[in-house]
Design a protein around this ligand. Structure first.
Ligand code: NI
Length: 176
């Protein structure tokens, strides 16, 4: 079921989320189905459970070809429960981000270039991956939602924040 996405200003987006205690439950499966449906409806590159008002540490992300990010390298579709992130090295890079909770806007955010992430799939199987570039950026963005952090709170240069249609007038498929 497509769920409403909370927008910046809603205090629920600023609250830390709780770990999932039990895997393989119908409740978790329903949550992930709703997240898939909601992401697909908005062409999102990722979504975190608190964005649909569920304060649990669950994210989903993935990019094949996404018209919102036409130049992004593909990221495998992943559902990740109770994720833990560890930067690899000190390197950071700037990149443009958007968020379904901050519709119509884009901003440049510094993120760790390389990352190891660990978590579980919905059945409780361990996932451990190294990621870099856009993949690492998406994971950092989604997992920030679990700690009540929205990307504008990570920005260091507010001059590089604006309306998508003004910044990128030729971008196709924009709907937020
Ligand atoms: Ni977001």
């Amino acid at each position: 079921m497509i769920r409403d996405v909370l927008r910046m200003g809603d205090p629920r987006l600023l609250q830390p989320s709780e770990p999932v205690a039990r895997f393989g439950t119908r409740e978790l499966e329903t949550l992930l189905q709703d997240m898939r449906d909601t992401m697909a409806a908005h062409n999102g590159a990722g979504l975190a459970a608190p964005q649909i008002g569920v304060p649990l540490r669950v994210v989903s992300f993935g990019v094949e070809f996404n018209p919102r990010y036409p130049d992004a390298e593909p990221v495998p579709y992943t559902e990740l429960v109770n994720p833990v992130l560890a930067p690899v090295g000190d390197e950071q890079e700037d990149g443009w981000e958007g968020c379904l909770s901050v519709p119509g806007l884009r901003g440049v955010v510094p993120r760790h270039t390389r990352l190891r992430y660990v978590g579980f799939d919905p059945e409780g199987n361990r996932i451990e991956r190294d990621a870099n570039g856009f993949h690492a950026r998406v994971v950092q963005h989604e997992c920030d939602h679990l700690d009540g952090i929205l990307y504008p709170m990570r920005m260091t240069d507010m001059r590089r924040f604006g309306y998508t249609q003004v910044l990128f007038p030729d971008a196709a498929g924009e709907e937020d």
